[in-house]
Design a protein around this ligand. Structure first.
Ligand SMILES: Cc1cc2nc3c(=O)[nH]c(=O)nc-3n(C[C@H](O)[C@H](O)[C@H](O)COP(=O)(O)O)c2cc1C
Length: 156
């Protein structure tokens, strides 16, 4: 089995999408990712994106090259999060969660802070990485609950 690697990035949207459009973006992404063996999580708020991706290194690099070229956003910071022994988000080809689900697990403020930190003039890679780890840990911890139908879609 090829080595699994992980990365995340923060980006700024060139046009702010509404919730319906982000759901559609995540749906299309999930369809492609399923074929590539990529799993991950997407956050979109206040004209920014945070995305976590994991999968076989060649597919991951190729996908990240496409995402970087996408003129719907501009990458601000990319983080190589290294090798992964087991996927964090098995079953999430790409998951975008409604705000209601994020607030249930107390993640809304942490994600919002992450975007603030990343856009700050005094950007600190260390702080941002710590926050990313905390966010991913929390999402993994609550994955079963987040998979319930009421937490998957909706308008919020
Ligand atoms: C914030 C954001 C996240 C994206 N995430 C993915 C993704 O996880 N998987 C995917 O296939 N495309 C994703 N896309 C779309 C890609 O950037 C790109 O449009 C798609 O892979 C087709 O690329 P291609 O025209 O080079 O084949 C994302 C786009 C944006 C703006």
């Amino acid at each position: 089995m090829p080595e699994l690697r992980s990365l995340s990035y923060l980006s700024k949207a060139t046009r702010v999408l509404n919730v319906k459009e982000v759901h559609e973006l995540a749906r299309a992404a999930a369809e492609t990712n399923a074929k590539l063996g990529i799993t991950g999580y997407l956050y979109a708020h206040t004209g920014h994106y945070f995305q976590y991706l994991e999968g076989p290194a060649p597919a991951l690099n190729e996908l990240m090259a496409s995402i970087t070229k996408d003129d719907r956003h501009r990458i601000l910071h990319q983080h190589d999060l290294g090798k992964v022994k087991a996927r964090r988000f098995e079953g999430w080809s790409m998951r975008y969660l409604p705000a209601s689900a994020l607030s249930k697990i107390g993640l809304e403020h942490l994600l919002f802070e992450l975007v603030q930190d990343a856009t700050n003039v005094g950007y600190s890679e260390g702080w941002v990485r710590d926050k990313i780890t905390a966010i991913l840990d929390k999402l993994s911890q609550f994955q079963t609950m987040l998979n319930r139908p009421e937490n998957q879609s909706g308008t919020a």
